[in-house]
Design a protein around this ligand. Structure first.
Ligand SMILES: N[C@@H](CCC(=O)N[C@@H](CS)C(=O)NCC(=O)O)C(=O)O
Length: 184
């Protein structure tokens, strides 16, 4: 039996009649080490440890949820004003970004940073929810290479697709695109 909780991964098994139940623990610190640490512990201790870990997990999820709402509220209250361009300029920008899509989480601060950039520069790039949408999440992992957001998918043509990770690099890339178009 294995428990998918954060922190050490514990696998329970009965090694032999005499040893009773033992826990096979893979500590995060020894993630690189292929050899599992085998520790014999009384079942009661294993149960206590598991309950504490699960409690910590729930607490972390709650803290993350609250922080996420604070970030979204702060973003909403201080959103930058979208830039207004001439119709002709906006059309050129829209065409330049038409093959782009942003893989993101709603409450991730790095994603909020990129979304604020998009809003400020009036760039209507499609947003794809890589947290709740399983298909989009798989696409990001399989084609982009990792489940990390924000990630900008840039499709120049169907043969040429680039996946750009990191908020700083995405903003710098979009800056250079706008520069290339000689547009603010
Ligand atoms: N330095 C990166 C940090 C990105 C990052 O840490 N993203 C987190 C979300 S806030 C993530 O993708 N974590 C992976 C996961 O939750 O599966 C950036 O600026 O984009």
């Amino acid at each position: 039996m294995s428990l998918g909780i954060s922190g050490p991964q514990i696998k329970f098994r009965q090694l032999s009649e005499e040893s009773g139940i033992v826990a096979r623990i893979s500590l995060p610190e020894c993630g690189a080490c292929a050899d599992p640490i085998i520790v014999a512990m009384p079942l009661q201790l294993i149960v206590c440890y598991t309950v504490v870990q699960m409690g910590a997990n729930v607490k972390m999820k709650f803290i993350r949820f609250v922080l996420g709402r604070i970030i979204l509220l702060a973003d909403f209250l201080t959103r930058p004003r979208p830039l207004i361009r001439s119709q002709e300029e906006q059309t050129r920008v829209d065409m330049a970004i038409s093959g782009m899509a942003l893989y993101q989480f709603n409450a991730c601060p790095f994603c909020v940073k990129v979304r604020r950039y998009l809003r400020k520069h009036s760039l209507s790039i499609e947003l794809r929810d890589a947290k709740n949408n399983i298909d989009i999440k798989s696409e990001l992992i399989l084609e982009g290479g990792k489940h990390k957001v924000p990630c900008l998918r840039i499709e120049s043509d169907t043969q040429n697709v680039q996946w750009l990770y990191s908020s700083d690099e995405i903003c710098a890339f979009l800056d250079s695109e706008l520069d290339r178009l000689k547009i603010v």
